[in-house]
Design a protein around this ligand. Structure first.
Ligand code: TYD
Length: 134
């Protein structure tokens, strides 16, 4: 599976670091929505869904967490722990997030407003959808 990890330019100096995110410059879509996950309790796993249309970019602003990405053929696990890196998640990719550090703040940028009808929350249904043509 082609994992798109975007490395952002970090403007660092003796005061610290700054990363800027801009539509169609370092973010590969127009940002319609941003949400963030924090205060995640120990042992919690989140996600467990795919999207039919939505494209998203995940950035761990603080701390760390693991992502499992699954396109129905291949699964990849990766650790996000760098606020200067963004994980691009295309549509029809099943994702699970876990191993959140206590201080983890996970920012997600999305190309559409929240729409429950865009979610695929049943894994078997997801597999049927992605393997339909193969
Ligand atoms: P949920 O889909 O369970 O989060 P995750 O997939 O990360 O585990 O979302 C939790 C709740 O938040 C659920 O009631 C839907 C709501 N929600 C919004 O209202 N707007 C949003 O943009 C998102 C992502 C979720």
């Amino acid at each position: 599976m082609d994992i798109k990890l975007i490395q952002f330019e970090s403007h660092g100096d003796e005061r610290g670091s700054l990363v800027s995110l801009e539509d169609h410059k370092n973010i590969p879509f127009t940002i319609k929505r941003a949400y963030y996950i924090f205060d995640t309790k120990e042992q919690v796993k989140r996600g467990f869904h795919a999207h039919k249309q939505l494209k998203q970019l995940a950035i761990v602003l603080k701390g760390s967490c693991r992502f499992l990405l699954d396109n129905g053929k291949e699964k990849i696990e990766l650790l996000l722990d760098n606020p200067a890196q963004g994980l691009f998640i295309e549509s029809f990719v099943w994702r699970e997030m876990y191993d959140f550090s206590e201080d983890c703040v996970l920012l997600v940028l999305a190309d559409s407003f929240y729409d429950e009808s865009d979610y695929v929350r049943n894994y078997d249904e997801f597999l049927e959808m992605v393997n339909h043509d193969s």
